[in-house]
Design a protein around this ligand. Sequence first.
Ligand code: NI
Length: 238
Amino acid sequence: MDEYLRLCKGIILPIGSTEQHGPTGAIGTDFLTAEAIALEIGLLTGVLVAPAQCFGMAEHHLGFSGTMSLQPQTLLAVLHDLVLSLAGHGFERIYVVNGHGGNIATAKAAFSKAYVTAVARNLSVGSKLRCKLANWFMASEVFSEAQKLYGDSEGQHATPSEIAVTLHLEPTLIAKQRQLPTSAPVGPIYSAQDFRLRYPDGRMGSDPYLAKPEHGKTLLKKAAFALKEDLLNFFKAS
Ligand code: NI
C-alpha cells in the first residue's frame, strides 16, 4: 500500500445498501452493482478499489423483511470514519461509487464533516482532501440506455436496469424472475410503514421482468466508462 501511495493518492470506495428490491430482486442489489462497477473502473484505470460498504440508509425499506439499514447519523459516522482512515494514510482523492439513492444526502454530509476533521486533526493531507460521490445509475449514458431499453417501466426502485446488472453478475438470480403486475405506483418516500402501504410489493414504478443479463453487461460497461472519465477529471482537478 505504501508503494501504491507513492504513485497514486486516489482510491475508489463502493457503497450500497442491503434492502428489499421487490419480489424478484436481490436484497444486495445496490452494493453488488456499485462494487462491480467500481471494480471495472479499477481495471480500466489501475486505481485501487476498497471493499464495498454494503449497508446504507434504507430506513424507508424496513417494512420489508431482509432489509438492514443504517440510520442517517450512523451512516454519516461510518463514511466519515472510513474517509478519515484513508486520509490518515495519505489518500487525497476518495471516489465513492454509490448504488443507492437513499445514501446521497448523508454521504455528502459525511464528506463535509470529513474535510473539517482532516484539518482539525492536522492530517498531512489537510485541506487537500477531496471526496466525490458518483451515483452510477444517474450517469447520463446509463440513464439514456435505460430509457431506450425500458422507457417509463424503468421506474425508481427495483428498476430493470439495476436488476439487469445483478442478472449479469449472478446468473442464478434469473430463475427468480417472473412477471409481476405491470403497473407499480410512483410517489414520495416517507416512513417505512407509509412506504409499505404506497408500494405494496416494494417496487416504485418499475417492471423488473424486462431486465435481461445482456442488458446488464451493457449497462455495467457504460457506467464504468462514464465514471472512469469522471474519476480521471476528479483526480486531475485541483
Ligand atoms: Ni436499488
